[in-house]
Write a protein that binds this ligand. Structure first.
Ligand code: S5P
Length: 251
């Protein structure tokens, strides 16, 4: 079986994007590879969750356009402070999917001004190589394969999308359900310790499965944490499960 690279080996690799370096350093510092997905609907819930899970995560993933009372000064400015206090990155799961010019506008303008605050962003690569050129302030995580049943990201699509991700300097990794070339960090959502699906197409695996079989670098957990009775405790459980699975995958 092929050996995976450790976080330290990845930090030491050449031409590493500054946001990838930062993420890997935080992982080693906090002994965590956990990204919590904050799919909550209000600014207060967002901040409360960030405070609770902050010590246990490397990044907080947002869908900022579902915040019903979004206000840049009230929502984002305190979030940046919480992220600094607990030393985690902010990842906006925008899944851009347009031509470069439109993505450039969506990234920096409108009410969300994503380029001001997102250390990491997700983007489809459906628009081709040049569509990723304007994401200058964030590390791009390319959507290569999806976790949902019936996704159109078949092998041919994934292979072509992975070539774009590998060759674009703004891309630090990919979201996928398969192993990636080792220069791309692998982010795997669809992680839950208690359930196999959500009845809406989502398909779940365990941290153990994805670290052993896919050589995942970071797990993304949404409802397993924010819907838990005690999100703080749940984030600790996923942090430990993720770290143990990472160490076991080093062999
Ligand atoms: O293929 C994917 C890609 C992403 S980014 N499947 C996913 O589930 N996601 C996101 O991860 C999704 O948008 C959601 O925010 C999170 C998974 O949430 P959960 O509640 O199912 O853990």
């Amino acid at each position: 079986e092929k050996k995976r690279k450790s976080y330290q080996q990845k930090i030491d690799s050449n031409n590493l994007h500054s946001k990838a370096k930062k993420l890997l350093e935080v992982a080693l510092e906090k002994k965590s590879n956990l990204i919590a997905s904050a799919d909550v609907l209000t600014t207060k819930e967002l901040h409360d969750l960030a405070e609770k899970v902050g010590p246990n995560i490397v990044a907080l993933k947002t869908h900022i356009d579902i915040i019903t009372d979004f206000d840049y000064d009230k929502t984002i400015i305190p979030l940046i402070d919480i992220a600094a206090k607990h030393n985690f990155l902010l990842m906006e799961d925008r899944k851009f999917a347009d031509i470069g010019n439109t993505q450039e506008l969506q990234y920096s303008y409108g009410i969300y001004k994503i380029s001001n605050w997102a250390d990491l962003i997700t983007s489809q690569v459906i628009g081709g190589f040049q569509s990723l050129d304007f994401f200058h302030n964030s590390g791009v995580i390319a959507i290569l394969g999806m976790s949902s049943a019936g996704t159109l990201t078949d092998k041919n699509y994934r292979d072509e999308a992975t070539k774009i991700a590998q060759s674009h300097p703004n891309v630090i990794g990919g979201v996928a359900q398969n192993e990636l070339p080792e220069e791309l960090l692998l982010f795997t959502p669809g992680i839950n310790l208690d359930t196999k699906g959500d009845g809406k197409g989502q398909q779940y695996n365990t941290p153990e499965h994805v670290f052993r079989n896919l050589h995942t670098d970071f797990i993304i957990v949404g409802r397993g944490i924010y819907k838990a009775e005690n999100p703080e405790q749940a984030s600790l459980s996923y942090k430990i499960a993720g770290w143990d699975a990472y160490e076991a995958s080093l062999g």
